[in-house]
Design a protein around this ligand. Structure first.
Ligand SMILES: Nc1nc2c(ncn2[C@@H]2O[C@H](COP(=O)(O)OP(=O)(O)OP(=O)(O)O)[C@@H](O)[C@H]2O)c(=O)[nH]1
Ligand SMILES: [Mg+2]
Ligand SMILES: [Zn+2]
Length: 311
């Protein structure tokens, strides 16, 4: 059996890199993943075992190798299905913009929780710093302060004006990373800036809605020097799955750090007395909006995954 890595998945067809060449593979029959039900049993980043179909250059996938990690989200549409964004990654970039389009803190926090829950390091990259007015610059500064204090790496870039793109180059050297975010924040543009030969399709955001047009429709891994970067379709909301309420604060690092000081060891930091987390919020040691977003996720009912209900 040959071993390759999936770089693109469309329906049950997969582009698999094998000996530096793309092999078109299919998956025949049902392929059940044990732990959870997903819309996509095989995702970009997966290492698969395949055999060539007799006398053809097509491959039949027979096996999926154990994954180092999985970044997934629950779909925000009615189906509520779990979708694997990518697997086997070294870290995730959340590309965010203060305006055009607006990335809301609720979205950022949900993304970070998903990364924490799946043991994936997250880096927050703020793009389009060339267009911000004074108020937006202040907002950016305050977001950066909040997330850096918690321990997340943050970067400010402008793809358009080529600011700090070299820092991204350094960051991704010899790594496989995934880049996610709302539609129109500049994910594909950033990848084009890193590797101009790729010529990925990009398009201007809608002037009226100030939102992206969902230009990228399939997740795909691209080679950048010795590293790999996975471009993904823009998403509107980030549904979380498999996270127990009692465990949620473990995925807020600033809460995780102090939760042992709560009176009750099973404190959920909602209604309990002598709660160290609530005290820290009152003292300004934990950001209020982060705590508010914690509560939103905590009290989340299944039909509330959409970002627009939170802002
Ligand atoms: N002013 C400015 N515009 C930018 C910057 N980066 C990207 N853009 C523009 O933002 C628009 C959207 O960029 P895309 O790269 O298509 O965005 P995307 O995140 O890939 O969007 P989807 O594929 O829909 O998820 C394009 O018109 C880009 O030219 C930037 O740093 N500054
Ligand atoms: Mg794109
Ligand atoms: Zn508590």
């Amino acid at each position: 059996m040959n071993k390759g890595q999936v770089i693109k998945a469309t329906g049950n067809r997969y582009n698999v890199i094998f000996n530096d060449k793309v092999v078109h593979c299919v998956l025949k029959g049902k392929f059940k993943t044990k732990e959870f039900k997903t819309t996509n049993p095989i995702a970009v980043g997966d290492f698969v075992g395949f055999d060539f179909e007799k006398d053809t250059s097509y491959g039949l996938i027979k096996k999926i190798y154990e994954r180092k990690n999985v970044l997934m989200r629950k779909s925000t549409n009615l189906s509520r299905q779990i979708h694997i964004i990518a697997t086997n990654i070294d870290f995730a970039i959340l590309l965010a913009t203060i305006s055009k389009p607006t990335t809301y803190p609720m979205f950022i926090d949900r993304f970070l929780v998903a990364c924490e829950a799946n043991n994936i390091e997250a880096v927050i990259v703020f793009n389009k710093i060339d267009i911000y007015n004074d108020e937006e610059k202040e907002t950016l500064k305050s977001y950066k302060k909040v997330y850096e204090e918690i321990g997340y790496k943050c970067l400010e870039i402008s793809v358009k004006e080529n600011i700090n793109i070299d820092k991204i180059h350094k960051l991704i050297e010899n790594k496989t990373i995934v880049i996610s975010g709302n539609s129109g924040v500049g994910k594909s543009s950033l990848i084009n800036a890193l590797e101009p030969g790729l010529k990925l399709k990009t398009s201007e955001i809608s002037e009226y809605h100030e939102q992206g047009k969902h230009t990228t429709t399939f997740t795909e891994m691209h080679k950048i020097g010795k590293g790999n970067i996975i471009d993904t379709p823009g998403i509107r909301g980030f549904g979380l799955n498999n996270i127990k309420k009692e465990e949620l604060s473990l995925f807020f690092p600033e809460m995780r750090k102090i939760k042992d000081n709560c009176k009750f060891n099973n404190c959920t930091h909602t209604h309990e007395p002598q709660c160290a987390v609530k005290l820290a919020v009152e003292n300004g040691k934990i950001n209020q909006l982060r705590y508010k977003n914690y509560l939103s996720i905590f009290y989340d009912e299944d039909d509330k995954h959409r970002l627009d209900k939170y802002v």
